[in-house]
Design a protein around this ligand. Sequence first.
Ligand code: 5GP
Ligand code: MN
Length: 349
Amino acid sequence: MIESTSLTPIIGAQKISQAKKQIDNAQKIVIITHLSPDGDALGSSLALYHYLLNLGKEVKVVVPNSFPYFLKWMNGTKDIVVNTYIPNVAEAIIKNANLIFCLDFNILKRIGVLGDLVAQSTAEKILVDHHLSPDEVFDTVISYPHISSTSEIIFRLISQMGDFEKISPIIAECIYTGMMTDTGVFTFNSNDPEIFEIISLLIKKGIDRDQIYSNVFNNYSENRFRLLGFTLSQRMKTYPELRSALIYLSKEDQAQFPITKGDTEGFVNYPLSIKNIVFSVFIREDEDMVKVSLRSQGAFPCNEFAEDYFDGGGHLNASGGEFYGKIEDAITLFEKGLEEYADVLKQCE
Ligand code: 5GP
Ligand code: MN
């Protein structure tokens, strides 16, 4: 049992003592998370940020690019250094750090141009993550793909280091936000009973679950909903035989309902609510590339599909990738992939 809780200590004792030593020995610490940070990326990073600040460390969170407006309410977002806005500052922080925490990603490619800076740094590097197959550049690897969020692993890390008492209401709120968003408000990857033990502990720490839900999910712009309506009625194709659905948006489509970053978050999940659909893909034309988001239910490995066709990866049921070219060609490639995976899809429960 983890002291003060009834949780299983899933992080090995050696990793805990190694991480503790690395934190003790470091004064300048940087926390880095993945491109287009989501609720878990920011929740885990800010939870660790507040914990390390309270320990008296000089600590910064650096993110490769901006994050959606519905996460800006989180405590500490104003201190985050966004590389695309102030690259010189981000570079200096990474170069001066003697400990680098990498959160919620497995390979340096996921942090874009910051990857080279991390690779070149002589600082100690700790990975805390829940994706398969981590890079080999990390000194300490705290990676548990069966855990549904990095934020939960941060909770476990702090608790197993003996600092459960140091989890403040602010830290608890960040952790809960990441756990909530990475499980679709506990609707997938959420059958581990310990998730709910942790939630109970976080409530005792003082979080307001209803308020956190509302902060994230009841703050969208009107145009997001108009675009969502358009997408589902005009830009959705289903492939019932193959248990699959596609939604797609060109730049022109998006220009009809001016939206900001993050406004299409969650769109890809909607087709999974259609009876018998187990695989949903969202292909969106961005400024410099075509972004592909993939979701599945059950055993269908959408991360393998993302790897095979869109140079991507991720989790079994939630993955992403990229395509460089015309959106029409991305759709054609997706449909070719569907045919190649037809047997697997037809067998899905
Ligand atoms: P989303 O569809 O929300 O952007 O991403 C879902 C998940 O897919 C992420 O949590 C991440 O694990 C993975 N992912 C998204 N985009 C990429 C990508 O371009 N490359 C890889 N390797 N994984 C991605
Ligand atoms: Mn995550």
